[in-house]
Design a protein around this ligand. Sequence first.
Ligand code: GRF
Length: 213
Amino acid sequence: MKKAVVLISGSGSNLQAFIDLIGADQLPIQIALVVSNNANAYGLQRAAMAGIQTKVIDHRAYNSRSEFDATLIEEIDAFEPEIVILAGFMRILTAEFVDHYQNRLLNIHPSLLPKYPGTNTHQRAIDSKDEWHGASIHFVVPEVDAGPVILQGRIKVNASDTPDSLQARIHKIEHQLYPLAVKWLAQGRLSTKNGLVLLDDETSTEQLQTFDL
Ligand code: GRF
């Protein structure tokens, strides 16, 4: 059982997906701590309901990003996690933080990276009249939303789609794929080579999955 810390800022529906699968013995991790930079994040309640320890570290109480990140590291490392999961954590992290958790820090981003790093991804996909849109799970590197991709899930964009309708369907993809990537990491099956992710020492052929949602 690998120990994990999950960082959130909001609803925490991905956190809930982890909690549910752990409860069903389908995800071999133990969430030791949930950290939020936002005291009002609903995910904190989800964690508390699951009996998971929580910690609020408000970035506004710090003078700089590096001071905030240093506190984050201190609080996280007190639990000695093998895996650190960013699940809707809306802060840009310093290179010091990212390097500290190299190869054990994952993020989920709501676009088909390298398309649309940053925010407003659903609106940008609609504005660009994209045929496909989706979510990517990747190892974190200092450059934002740029790390080696582990898994991607995509759906067809409909003419009637709005950012909200896309987000709702993409969340369903996220809740399936993020636990899978975390499971692979917990099982020691993931590695990176030349910026690519290897599963069981091989390049995965099913890195991009299409969903009919
Ligand atoms: C997800 O859409 C994720 O891709 C993005 O933030 C959102 C978090 O959602 N990074 P939730 O808090 O897990 O519901």
